[in-house]
Design a binder for this molecule. Sequence first.
Ligand SMILES: [Zn+2]
Length: 118
Amino acid sequence: MNTDFKPVICPRCNALIWTGISWAGFARRLDKERLTIEQEIIKVIAGLKTYEAHRTMVSFEAVERSANRIKWATPGKDRVILADHLCSSLALFETLDDAPDYWNLTKYHKPMPQEAQF
Ligand SMILES: [Zn+2]
């Protein structure tokens, strides 16, 4: 099963979001913004699930976070924590180019300067 998350544009709010199958086997749509522990706790209190993103060759896999894992999270460790997508009430006009590259995965795939289009 392919568990790599892919960027898509939300058809309801036009935000760029991630879609894929979480480790627990559920189809998920995630906001792209990385969360601090404090932000994550606010999401959990609001009833949203949070996920730790683990990088893969092409993007990342999302593993559900439990309350215990949040509570005992190591401060300062460079984790990528994401939450379930909540549609924005703001009008957004994002494109797939807005997909964040948390681990600089595409750094080496970008065209060299002499190949840039003018
Ligand atoms: Zn949306």
